[in-house]
Design a protein around this ligand. Sequence first.
Ligand code: ADP
Ligand code: ADP
Length: 231
Amino acid sequence: GPIVSFRGVSKTYPNGTVALTDATFDIRRGSIHAICGENGAGKSTLMKILFGLESPSAGQVLIDGAAVDTATPDFAGKHGIGMVHQHFSLVPILTVTENIILGHEPRRAIFIDRNKAHRQVVELTQRFDLAVDPDARTDTLSVAAQQKVEILKALSRDTRLLILDEPTAVLSPPEIEELFNRLRDLCAAGMTILFISHKLHEVRALAETVTVLRAGKVVGTTPLAEVDDTT
Ligand code: ADP
Ligand code: ADP
């Protein structure tokens, strides 16, 4: 069955804004699934619900077929859900290794075993083919390299569902192509990828399935034939 199902999920914010209305769709395990829609369509709200940052006002989220309460502590970590935010959250004066290892528990900074942390990060960069210097301070890196660090951070906890929010916004065309190739590799290795974008041509180039949102409603969830031809 699907890794994630939304069943009639609605979200009304405390100020009365209706951001999502009766959203129902499935995300197939091991697929690259896109959520596409204009600004204000409800993409971020949907993603925040799935990452446990907002709770639905109505409806259910199912993971592996079981209804879950997304508003529980460390919901995303427990379910292997990683997220690459549109605006990066790296600590500039810290190294790549420090950012990745401490990303989830910054207060443990002084307790980490530096050699072990370094080995873990080297292993991550090799496993996911995301080359970046583990010892570089993140504020010395290009934006594309910083995004690699964000992706490594999101993948560092037995992640099986990787959410990327508008990840191409900060990249040049060759960097976008490289990112898409890495995401295809991840998918081939069994990862499920949720790609949030308002650019339909990028969705067509990358995703197998797209859920289109308009004004908080799911217009439809459709396979993208172009991608099926090449896989
Ligand atoms: P998108 O990511 O597609 O741009 P959002 O989920 O951010 O869409 O927004 C959907 C709607 O909900 C918009 O009208 C937005 O202004 C509103 N909205 C988003 N977050 C909040 C919030 N925290 N409080 C009130 N309204 C919000
Ligand atoms: P995005 O590019 O993710 O759609 P926005 O610039 O629309 O981001 O919103 C930035 C942040 O403000 C998001 O966390 C969003 O949920 C929140 N937000 C958007 N609209 C509103 C609103 N009307 N009231 C409160 N928060 C909002």
